[in-house]
Design a protein around this ligand. Structure first.
Ligand SMILES: *Cc1c(COP(=O)(O)O)cnc(C)c1O
Length: 396
């Protein structure tokens, strides 16, 4: 089956009891047993739920995996991966990663002796010399957030395999429609399904997809033993979102391409970060491992004062100033104060994440309207118009 067919059919059967075409929301915590231990495969809903099982089968198919495990959020999914490790082990992570992932590594797991190091993986060969005796897991995010750097998944996985190190790829930014890390040698794929997979900004959800039965069993064990399971209604919403994943991501990518090109020629814009540009340092890698270049675009203004960035951030009407990404609606964000506020400023500046960087999650509206919205917001930049200070937003 090809992608669009899998999105709609994989793991989805009409309900055997009623014929319901859409997977029912099994809102139950427990299941009747005929006699002790004799049941229909479902005992207690932390362990199994049919709505969740259908979603797990579907996600496994979308990532060409063997099995998937669903969680109550993307960070809960990451937490389960971290629990595969033990005190003294080290995670080698890409140096420009989601702020919440960084925070979990350095503020939660470090205090239990689980080390993490953040390194430049954009030249894959760098990774080889960084792997030490304690390195047990390599953590890749690509495209990265918010600099839209690209890591060569196949090259890093080949190095990791030669050293017996596990690789987890956070595939949230690409979505399974654009990129399938298991095919490139990764052991675990993580998604914050809150983003493109759910796609409608109405649910928080996460998942892991693996191709190895033993690893799947260990993750299901951790999921059941530690309990960060999603509710059935959330699983239903994610299943519903997936039915249009390919259409939504395709349109978002098309819109992002038009917007990246528009911004690149704008006299007030200094730099646009988007992997589709031939001048992007790893454009050739993006071309090789992604189907399209994604719906995310970041940019910096020529006069890159915080005041000017705030003007743009406060004056768009279709692009809503908000955390998150990957929904049908376009969002604009300020990584330094929002998604990445939990990363120290010196660390942020090292990867080019300036105080004035603006990040767009391009939605599936009409590109002309989105450009007109950016045009009018950029128009006021540098005109000395009084704007309110952007509020200081809590780091999520
Ligand atoms: C949002 C996000 C996460 C965390 O997911 P939640 O569902 O918010 O817990 C992890 N990685 C990336 C790249 C994200 O964008």
């Amino acid at each position: 089956m090809k992608f669009a067919t899998k999105a709609i059919h994989a793991g989805i059967e009409p309900d055997p009891g009623t014929g319901a075409v859409m997977t029912p929301i099994f809102q139950t915590s427990t299941y009747a047993q005929d006699s002790p231990g004799v049941h229909k495969g479902f005992e207690y809903a932390r362990t199994q739920n049919p709505t969740r099982s259908a979603l797990e089968k579907n996600l496994a198919a979308l990532e060409n995996g063997l099995d998937a495990v669903c969680f109550s959020s993307g960070l809960a999914a990451q937490d389960a991966v971290m629990k595969l490790l033990k005190s003294g082990d080290e995670v080698l992570a890409v140096n420009d990663l989601y702020g919440g992932s960084y925070r979990q590594m350095v503020r939660v797991y470090a205090q239990w002796g689980l080390k993490s190091r953040f390194v430049d993986m954009y030249t894959a060969s760098n990774v080889e010399s960084e792997i030490g005796p304690d390195t047990k897991l390599i953590w890749i995010e690509t495209p990265t957030n918010p600099m839209l750097n690209i890591v060569d998944i196949a090259a890093v996985c080949a190095i990791a395999r030669s050293k017996g190190v596990l690789v987890c790829v956070d595939n949230t930014f690409a979505s399974p429609y654009l990129q399938n890390p298991l095919d490139l040698g990764a052991d675990i794929v993580l998604h914050s399904a809150t983003k493109y997979i759910g796609g409608h900004s109405d649910v928080v959800h996460g998942c892991l997809i693996v191709k190895d039965a033993d690893l799947a069993a260990r993750l299901h064990f951790i999921q059941n033993a530690t309990g960060a399971v999603p509710g059935p209604q959330d699983c239903f919403l994610v299943l519903r979102g997936i039915k249009t994943l390919h259409l939504r991501v395709q349109r978002a990518c098309e819109n992002a391409a038009v917007i990246a090109q528009y911004l690149a020629q704008h006299p007030k814009v200094e730099k646009v970060y988007w992997p589709g540009f031939e001048s992007h340092p790893n454009h050739h890698v993006a071309r090789k491992q992604m189907r399209m270049f994604g719906g995310m675009v970041s940019f910096d203004l020529k006069d890159n004062s915080l005041e000017n960035a705030n003007h743009v951030l406060s004056n768009t009407h279709l692009f809503t100033l908000a955390e998150s990404l990957g929904g049908v609606e376009s969002l604009i964000g300020h990584p330094a104060s929002m998604t990445h506020a939990s990363i120290p400023r010196e660390e942020r500046l090292k990867v080019g994440l300036t105080d004035s960087l603006i990040r767009l999650s391009v939605g599936i509206e009409d590109a002309d309207d989105l450009i007109a919205d950016l045009e009018q917001a950029l128009d006021g930049v540098g005109k000395g118009v009084e704007v309110e200070d952007a509020p200081v937003v809590q780091a999520y």
